[in-house]
Design a protein around this ligand. Sequence first.
Ligand code: HEM
Length: 444
Amino acid sequence: MGAASELPKGPGAPRVWQSLAWQTRPIPYLERCRARYGKTFTLRLLGVDPFVMMSRPEDVKEVFTAPPEVLHPGEGASILLPVVGPNSILLLDEERHMTQRKLLLPAFHGEKMEALRGLVTETAESEVDGWTTGAPVPLHPYMQSLTMEVILRAVFGLEKGERLDRLRGLLARMLRFGMSPLSLIPQAQRLGRLHPTLADFQRVREQTDEEIRALIDERRRDDRDRDDVLSMLLLARHEDGSPMSDLELRDELMTLLVAGHETTATELSWAFERLVRNPASLGTLVSEVDAGGDEYLTATIRETLRRRPVLAIAAPRRVVAETAIGGRTYPPGCHVVANIYLVHHDPDIYPEPYAFRPERFLENEPGTYTWIPFGGGRRRCVGASFALLEMGIVLRAVLARMEVRPGGDGALEAHRRRSITVVPGKGAKAILTARSKKPAPAPA
Ligand code: HEM
């Protein structure tokens, strides 16, 4: 009997059909599969070993805590290699992965993040002040430009000026290639001029690398005290005491941009898409912001990440040595996948899972294996506390300045896939009106 036939049941449709459904309508497809096959099922997609979708918290725990030599999440991200480079934490497994993780993690500790609060607040407020008021606008592009600015200033440590302007333009172009990995495959270029060519990509990458090299060089010579992530990485040391090389620094900076920019922008867009359709929650949140509190704000962010996780699944872990999960043995040649969306919409875990109700997180703290928007275990999102800090600051900056109303007919915005993220179908359309009342300051 072949390995594939031992996997949990799943749709029997041809791979091409399953891939199409997964790419174009991921959320309804997941719901349909769960209704038919239960909490664990297998999808067979084109060009990859089967994905076993898991959504029982006890199985998710086993996936997240399995030994590193048994499951390899890094291999699946190899499509990003041209953008993030071979040293990227996203692509590595086992020892090499842990080495990069140990170098990155201290820069993202809670107290280091707090030191960035002022910079992120200043960036967010100045962006929001430039937004159009009085007419329906999609918020997603605003959020993309805001989170890009935050990364350039708080992660790359750039100050306003020519280098920031040049890198902003170059990185936006690099990301466009990253969002369309098809553009990096030579065969796809022959299909026409829809995708930029590989030569274009290489030119942009060379210019970007040059700018980043110059930035690193300059910063190695700068002995001022700084709070940005690059400064922390320049102080990081390998176990043998050696600093990170220029190439390692370049690859991890690109990784942080790729992993942290679109995800946070999308999640912020969903926060507003949800809030304008839940006026009672919006009202409670605005009152709290005006009073300078943050309890309901934290609960709203947690509920947004539960109800609309920007990544429907954690990084698929490729089984490289036989392993047992949930009482079943998985052979090499398949992936085990913690299904974030299905865990978050399991009525056994969250009563009325489709209701947007921040209150549920006033009553209960999120559980390690039942609230998993940032994945878990040794691959858990490095930037989780950065993303949570940024989301809080942006929500506060917007709500303190603007009244926010639905921008369309008020109907739900459908999920739309954009590369690997799931975004609001109309870009979170809203009408913003400037508020006159000055709110109370944020808590210290
Ligand atoms: C709301 C925003 C964000 C969400 C929802 C999110 C979600 C995730 C998820 C689901 C993973 C995979 C975890 C796993 O497979 O177990 C991940 C990995 C990662 N994220 Fe985030 N992320 C966000 C923002 C950020 C930010 C702001 C940064 C950095 C500036 C960042 C950096 C990373 C990195 C470096 C990894 C790879 C970790 C590893 O492989 O060891 N993310 N993120």
